[in-house]
Design a protein around this ligand. Structure first.
Ligand SMILES: [Zn+2]
Ligand SMILES: [Zn+2]
Length: 145
């Protein structure tokens, strides 16, 4: 029976091939018989046990996977200038910030960087539309004045 298995990394969503070095046409490295191959990036790592190979996320050995994950993380935090007030508004995914939302609807945190006020939104789309006037009293004041 072939030892080769393909699995999708839960963390990165990339396809990883796990198998014995010999069956993948590779020479085992320093007596480490198992190999994990990141298919989209053509990178690989040798492991001692199948268990280690099966629990690899790709992030532990593939630089390109790490770069991809970092890019996604950046996407989870966006700073933009409100057109209505000219102040800087940061929209961030609460998970990316390491906040466990007490309410499942509160997934995106919107912060007025100038006045240090914040609000929550259910979706990123909605959060990106918030101008600061919607939740920040100080922004509201500055426009009225
Ligand atoms: Zn990769
Ligand atoms: Zn404000």
């Amino acid at each position: 029976m072939s030892s080769i298995v393909q699995r999708t990394s839960r963390v990165t969503g990339t396809v990883l091939t796990v198998g014995l070095a010999g069956e993948l046409g590779l020479t085992d490295d320093d007596g480490l018989p198992w190999v994990v191959v990141c298919e989209p990036h053509s990178t690989l790592v040798f492991t001692d046990t199948k268990r280690e190979a099966m629990t690899s996320t790709g992030l532990d050995f593939c630089d390109d996977c790490r770069a991809g994950a970092a890019a996604r993380e950046l996407d989870a935090i966006t700073t933009r200038i409100s057109r209505a007030t000219g102040t800087s508004i940061t929209v961030a995914n609460v998970t990316a910030l390491g906040i466990i939302p007490d309410d499942n609807d509160k997934r995106w945190l919107i912060t007025c960087d100038e006045h240090d006020t914040s609000a929550y939104s259910r979706t990123k789309r909605a959060a990106m539309r918030v101008s600061g006037l919607d939740f920040c009293y100080a922004c509201h004041e500055s426009v009225e004045a």
